[in-house]
Design a protein around this ligand. Sequence first.
Ligand SMILES: *Cc1c(COP(=O)(O)O)cnc(C)c1O
Length: 425
Amino acid sequence: MSVESPLALFGGPKAVVDDDQSVFQWPIIDDTDERAILEVLHNRSMSGTDISRQFEEEFARWHAVKYALCHNNGTAALHGAMFGCEIGVGDEIIAPANTYWASFMPAFSLGATVVFADVDPETLTLDPAEVAARITDNTKAIVPVHSGGMPCDMDPLMELAQAHDLKVIEDVSHAHGGLYKGRMVGTIGDVGAMSIMSGKSLAAGEGGILITDDQRIYERALLFGHYARAGDITLPELTPYTQIGVPVGGYKYRMNQFSSAMARSQFAEYPQRMAEIQKAMNYFCDLLEEVPGVRGVRPAKDSGSTMGGWYAPGALYRPEELGGLPNTRFIEAVSAEGSHCGQGDGRCWHLHPALNDLDIYGHGQPTRLANAVRDVRQPRGSLPVTEGQAERSLRIPWFKRYSPQIIEQHAEAYRKVALHAADLL
Ligand SMILES: *Cc1c(COP(=O)(O)O)cnc(C)c1O
C-alpha cells in the first residue's frame, strides 16, 4: 500500500485488508483446557486444593522461588501480599496512579493509606526519583506495577527500599514471565502478586497468585485468607491462631479449582505462547520505528529486560512530531484503516472522589485521610506525567500470533496516518 493513497477516513482504501481477528484471540483454548476443567467437574473437586497446590509448585519452580499461593483473584493476592508485609494502621504505601485500583485499594481495609508517585514519561512506570520524594516516616511499602508489560526500574527502587526499610510488593498482573535485566519480575521485591483473570496474558478464568521467598510473608498470607490451609503454617508466632482454622483477615481467598486446572493447562503452553507474542510485538514495534510521533513502550534490546506476555501494550505519542495532531484524531484515522488504536491509560486515581471525599468505613472523614497521620491528598498538577498520559500515549494492537503479513498491514495503518497528519489537522 502506498502512502499516496488517501486515508480510509476520507474514503481511501484501508491499510488493513486481511481482517483476520484470530491473531488477537486470547486465551487460546484447546482440548487440554477442556479435559482439565471437566476432570475437576466430574471429581467434584472445585473446592479442593490439590490442583491449586500443583499449580503453585509449577509456578514457584518457574520463578525459582520457595512459595506460591493461589488466590481467587489478583485483588485478593495483592491484599494477602500487603497483609503478608505487615501493612497496617497508619502506614502509607507508594503506588502509581495510572494502574488498576487493586494495586493500592486493599490497603484501606488494613488501616493503611496510599500516596501516589508519578511515572517516568518514557516507561510509564514508577519514576524512582518521584518515589524517593514521597517517602516519609510512615511509608511502609512500594508497589511497582509493571504496567503494559514494561518492567519497572527495579534497581533504584530496591535501593530506596533498602535505605528506608520498606517492603516491595510487585504487581505483576501485566507482565507474567517478563524479565528485568535478566531476572523474572515478581521475584525482585519481597513479594510478587498478580491477576490471572481471563483477559491477562496468563489467563485462568478468575484467579490470582502470590510468589515469595519469604516464609513469613507466605504464612501470614495463609493466615489472612486461607483457613483450610492453616495446617501449613509453621512459624511459632502464627501457630497459636491456626487451631480449627480461621482466616484472620475475615476473608476467604481460596481459588476455585476450575481456575487452577485451567491455570495449569494454560501455564503448560505459556512459555511458547509468550515467546510468540514477544516475536510478534517486537516486530510490530520495530515497524513503528519508521512512524513519526509514535514509539512502542518496551525495554532497550540489549537490556536483558523483556515484556512477558505484553498485556495491554502501549506506545508513546508525541503530537509535537505530528504538527500538534491530538491523539484522538490520530486514533480515529488509524481505526478507520482497520487497525486497533486507543488512548493511553488515563487513570489518575489521585483525583478520584473515592480517594479524596469518600468515608468508606464511617470514620467521620475520607478514608484516605482517616487512615493517615497527615494530609496525603494530591491535587491536580501534582503528578504531571500521569495526568498527561492519556494524551501522550496510545494503546496499540496486542498480537498473539506471529503473522508478519498481518502485522505489517497494521503497522502500515499507523505509518499512513502519521504521514498524512497534516490532512487531519
Ligand atoms: C487485573 C489487575 C489486578 C487485579 O486482578 P483481578 O484478578 O482482576 O482481581 C491488579 N493489578 C493490576 C495492575 C491489574 O491489571
